[in-house]
Design a protein around this ligand. Structure first.
Ligand SMILES: *Cc1c(COP(=O)(O)O)cnc(C)c1O
Length: 250
């Protein structure tokens, strides 16, 4: 017997699939906004393309998506390089790159080279590394302090505790090459995201007393964007609901 052959997915098929996913994600965002009395224009949708090829980023830009999220420098810089060649201009001109993953200090220079916003600034050492590689820049690098919302933090966690946020925020604000833009968080596994994002809204309110310019709240993923919109998110980081499920959980 001949084994069943999966027909190859053409770029046109993939484009249709991404367009349909984009439409349903925006429908969810609009519903969540109307429930929360907010306007969809307050929300930036970041397509999280980790593990998916650069060709998907290209298709997404053709659909009007201009914010792309990646969580690993090696993968992100390869896609930036590939798209810069294809587009014959720096890929940062067409796409705002959001770095959303754990960041080692030795990758600070590379990430600062293409990122529009680094969402995962969670310790003073990383602030200092980013400050050192951005000093004297004409346009400062946007930074979000990543907050760990887990009430019982695990070792090796990502994100600062709420108590650590002010010092990290002050260090960013004091660096000439960096701009403090706000906060980022991931809802802890096993907890109602509504409760977690309520705590994030409190941390945000506290931060804004000292730093009124810190207006960005990056929260909400495929599974919990409604809870994030209800609790003041300005930036949603959506992967699976737009791109499909990833081959390996990451
Ligand atoms: C992968 C990832 C996302 C997207 O998650 P989905 O569930 O695929 O929408 C958002 N934020 C961070 C930090 C991620 O690593």
């Amino acid at each position: 017997m001949t084994p069943a052959v999966t027909p190859a997915v053409t770029p046109a098929d993939r484009q249709r699939e991404l367009a349909a996913n984009l439409k349903s994600v925006w429908a969810r965002v609009e519903k969540a906004c109307s429930d929360a009395g907010r306007s969809p224009s307050e929300l930036t949708l970041i397509a999280v393309t980790k593990t998916f090829p650069a060709s998907d980023i290209e298709l997404l830009t053709e659909l009007g998506v201009s914010d792309i999220g990646e969580n690993r420098d090696q993968e992100a810089s390869a896609k930036v390089a590939q798209l810069s060649v294809e587009w014959n201009e720096p890929a940062q001109e067409r796409v705002r790159w959001h770095f959303i993953g754990a960041l080692q200090t030795n990758k600070a220079r590379s990430v600062a080279g293409y990122a529009h916003l680094v969402h995962s600034v969670d310790r003073p050492r990383l602030v200092h590394a980013l400050a050192a590689v951005t000093e004297g820049r004409a346009t400062p690098l946007g930074c979000l302090v990543q907050v760990d919302l887990d009430p019982s933090p695990r070792p090796g966690r990502s994100g600062a505790s709420a108590a650590e946020v002010p010092a990290i925020a002050d260090a960013i604000a004091a660096s000439s090459g960096l701009e403090l833009r706000g906060l980022m968080a991931v809802a802890p596994l096993g907890e109602d995201p509504w409760r977690a994002f309520e705590r994030l809204a409190e941390v945000t309110a506290t931060l804004r007393r000292d730093h009124p310019e810190a207006t960005v709240v990056s929260a909400g993923m495929s599974g919990d964007l409604e809870a994030a919109v209800a609790n003041g998110a300005t930036h949603l980081r959506v992967g699976a609901a737009l791109l499909g499920s990833r081959p390996h959980a990451r």
